[in-house]
Design a protein around this ligand. Structure first.
Ligand SMILES: Cc1cc2nc3c(=O)[nH]c(=O)nc-3n(C[C@H](O)[C@H](O)[C@H](O)COP(=O)(O)OP(=O)(O)OC[C@H]3O[C@@H](n4cnc5c(N)ncnc54)[C@H](O)[C@@H]3O)c2cc1C
Length: 532
């Protein structure tokens, strides 16, 4: 096989494996280069030990190990760890040097990327939410379906399907918590009135293997989702990498950090660091698909184009937390076995608030709620235990997202001093964000009798820009791209054999979850690029 016919994918996160899946489906050889940082062996051993037995037999010391470093406060969780470890965000050689002020997003050098910690919430984009894209929702349809050939979807066939196709014929069943069932029942009772006001709802859709199947344990509703699932039920793209390894056309090379891409007429030279000894290494490929995650891809492409000191704009979907107090309590809300990821999706389509949709994920009780209360009330906790429990029996938590047009964005500048390169990130305020948040809260308040719940408006907590990790668009796809933009195959202006395959190429970020569409788009780019 000559270098001109070889395909190299950079990164093993959700978009890297989706792009590789498209290439492998066409029978093409794929090399995946990846720093590939993994969970520390001693923590992995604890996960394996717990996975062999039922939750009722778990010992508290092992469980405490997996819960290390995760606390919640009134502001939420500072940073989500996986099994007590920060490995998804670790950068031992400071190869990703970043200087940021008040920006929440971080890059990953891990095998599986940020899918080691993600919340697995998935919803596709509607055409109405991507009017500025040179790709249509219907052109993505077959690729959403392809993603569900290797990523599971748990959820229900319900009212959400009228707006958001499932793209799979058989979603896996997933039990909801008693608080979520009670909420959904109230929403269902008021469905016509809610729909008339542009409020649509359904059970959450999650990328997880809820059923026991093909060697997977299935969900045991042990409530550990926020800390890292011992049964590895939420989808992690590292598992797809392992699955691909049985394909003779697939070659996974961990321990490689790519620094530059140099294109000639028929090949791309890939300059990288061997992370085991920090020596320079070089690879040659016919085409390169860059799926390093938004910050790393922005850095790599800017460096490869020599676009130093040029301001790029990263679009963000503003994330916020908002408690919702239900009219009625649910008995024994903390006794039921339940998963603790998003339980219900509530979508707002109201042109008076936004031209495109607003996405709300509803969480019900989990033990981080207790930890947040403890951090707020400290030694007073025993005194307020009764009222706190009463409140918790009625409390839901909204994790909401606004579309990028109504959210702050992030300025990204790659600077170089001698050999040192640094990505400087700074928030750019959007004057419409506060107003939109107020309108969302007002909308919920106006509909409180239908929702049978009232938002606690003074407790709304907008995240710092990038904190929701729904970020992209520094090299946006355009029908006719100019400098620092790319074409609909993700090729930055001036390059022919390098394709950006992750959300770095998104023209805008709709409010619904980002990763599923980033994966479908990566699959589309992989499929269409090989026809060139
Ligand atoms: C706490 C948290 C919760 C989230 N929850 C959700 C959710 O519920 N729903 C949702 O849609 N999204 C969610 N996200 C966002 C989601 O995780 C990302 O959108 C997704 O992981 C992006 O996939 P990716 O493949 O583009 O990049 P990443 O997952 O970041 O993977 C990047 C890959 O590239 C590799 N890499 C990096 N630099 C280089 C380099 N220089 N050379 C070679 N390889 C490199 C890394 O090792 C890694 O394998 C969440 C994120 C976080 C942090």
């Amino acid at each position: 096989m000559s270098a001109c016919n070889s395909y190299v994918v950079l990164g093993s996160g959700p978009t890297g494996v989706s792009c590789a899946a498209a290439l492998l489906k066409k029978g093409l050889p794929v090399t995946m280069l990846d720093p590939g940082i993994e969970l520390e062996p001693e923590r992995r051993a604890v996960v394996r030990e717990l996975a062999k037995i039922e939750p009722s037999a778990w010992n508290t010391r092992s469980l405490a190990k997996l819960k290390e470093n995760m606390t919640a406060s009134g502001k939420g969780i500072p940073l989500k760890y996986a099994y007590g470890s920060d490995f998804p965000y670790r950068d031992p050689g400071n190869d990703q040097a970043i200087k940021s002020t008040n920006v929440g997003i971080m890059p990953s050098l891990a095998k599986g990327g940020l899918s080691n910690v993600w919340g697995s919430a998935i919803l596709p984009f509607r055409q109405d939410d991507m009017r500025d894209w040179p790709v249509t929702a219907s052109q993505l349809a077959e690729h959403y379906r392809s993603v569900f050939q290797f990523m599971p979807l748990a959820g229900r066939r319900d009212g959400l399907e009228q707006w958001f196709d499932l793209y799979t014929d058989r979603p896996q069943p997933l039990d909801l918590s008693p608080q979520a069932e009670a909420f959904l029942n109230d929403l269902q009772a008021a469905q016509p009135e809610l729909a008339a006001g542009g409020l649509h709802f359904g059970a959450s859709r999650l990328a997880l293997q809820s059923e026991q199947r093909n060697g997977w344990a299935g969900c045991r509703y042990c409530g550990q989702c926020m800390y890292g699932c011992p049964y590895e039920v939420p989808y992690n793209s590292a598992a797809t990498v392992e699955h691909f390894r049985s394909n003779p056309n697939f070659d996974y090379r961990p321990g490689v950090f790519v620094r530059r891409l140099k294109e000639s007429s028929s090949t791309v030279q890939i300059d990288a660091l061997d992370l085991s000894n920090r020596d320079a290494i070089t690879f040659t490929a016919g085409r390169v698909f860059v799926a390093c995650g938004v910050l790393s891809t922005t850095r790599l492409i800017a460096a490869s184009l020599e676009a130093f000191d040029q301001p790029l704009t990263l679009h963000d979907s503003q994330y916020f937390l908002l408690p919702l107090l239900r009219y009625r309590k649910v008995q024994d809300f903390d006794k039921a076995k339940s998963h603790t990821l998003a339980q219900v999706f509530l979508e707002i389509f109201d042109k008076a608030i936004a031209d495109s949709g607003i996405h709300l994920q509803i969480y019900t009780y989990n033990d981080l709620f207790d930890s947040a209360l403890r951090s707020m009330f400290g030694p007073l906790m025993p005194l307020i235990n009764g009222p706190a429990r009463a409140m918790m029996s009625r409390m839901l938590l909204i994790q909401g997202y606004l579309p990028s047009g109504l959210s702050p964005s992030i300025s990204a500048v790659l600077s170089r001093k001698g050999d040192h390169e640094e990505l400087q990130l700074e928030p750019i305020a959007n004057p419409t964000t506060q107003r939109t948040l107020r309108r969302v809260i007002n909308k919920l308040t106006e509909n409180r009798h239908l929702l049978r719940a009232v938002p606690i408006s003074w407790m709304v907590k907008p995240g710092t820009p990038g904190r929701g990790f729904h970020v992209g668009g520094s090299f946006p796809m355009r029908a006719t791209p100019g400098p620092l933009e790319c074409d609909r195959l993700g090729r930055p202006y001036g390059l022919d054999r390098v394709h950006i395959a992750d959300a770095t190429n998104f023209p805008s970020i709709p409010a619904t979850t980002i990763t599923l569409t980033a994966m479908a788009n990566a699959h589309r780019i992989g499929s269409e690029a090989v026809e060139l």
